[in-house]
Write a protein that binds this ligand. Structure first.
Ligand SMILES: [Zn+2]
Ligand SMILES: [Zn+2]
Length: 219
């Protein structure tokens, strides 16, 4: 069976996202996704809550701000400490039973890991639909994944619900969090997707203005 998963979505529990639980489920289903990893900044509260409320498979995660750049922890039940080195952060994620994903490793303006990606990571997010410049970010992420022989995944980094599903990962697994995690580690997964269209990015900024969220950090 194949699971179609957006492995990088932020909800309103990340202070910089506009995505409510209801919108997340609506757009994920509209795009034919069967799983979504909720990777809010430094909290798993929204993920754990929604996992109980929907038939969509929710993978609880968190986007950790390490000292060397952002790292996604997939399948963790608690937030990871901020400000540690990339290496220490990966260790903490593994101790918590999670997978460490080098998200948007070469995107500009995102707090990216760059050269701090190592083979201790479980996967590289080679396609991040919000990364800029998009093509260069994908190419450089593909290069590092190949060099380190790491599995490749994709996600949107959506902060605005209509962006959900523009990038996704097809995982060869049953629709179950542990099965999906095992398949990713084994490399039974493939990234797909494109950049979020400019129109949607502009719409998102419009809504930020309306909701007076201007000035909050967008990742
Ligand atoms: Zn993010
Ligand atoms: Zn990030």
């Amino acid at each position: 069976m194949q699971v179609k998963a957006d492995l990088h979505v932020h909800t309103i529990y990340s202070r910089d996202s506009l995505i409510t639980a209801k919108d997340l489920v609506f757009y994920a289903k509209k795009r034919g996704l069967t799983a979504v990893a909720i990777t809010d900044h430094n909290t798993v509260e929204g993920a754990l809550k929604l996992a109980k409320e929907t038939d969509l498979l929710i993978i609880p995660g968190v986007e950790v701000s390490s000292r060397n750049g952002h790292i996604i922890a997939l399948n963790v039940q608690e937030p990871m400490p901020k400000g540690l080195s990339a290496e220490e952060t990966v260790d903490r994620i593994h101790s918590a039973g999670g997978l460490a994903v080098a998200c948007h490793p070469f995107a500009l303006f995102k707090g990216s890991l760059g050269k701090h990606v190592s083979d201790t990571f479980d996967a590289v997010e080679t396609i991040n639909a919000s990364a800029a410049p998009f093509k260069r970010s994908v190419r450089k992420a593909e290069e590092i994944a190949a060099e380190l022989k790491l599995p490749r995944v994709a996600g949107t980094d959506a902060h605005y619900a209509p962006a959900i599903g523009y990038a996704y990962t097809l995982v060869d697994a049953q629709l179950d969090v542990d099965a999906v995690m095992k398949a990713i580690v084994a490399g039974r997964c493939q990234p797909f997707g494109a950049s979020v269209p400019l129109r949607l990015k502009l719409e998102m900024y419009y809504h930020y203005f309306k909701e007076k969220k201007v000035g909050s950090k967008s990742n």
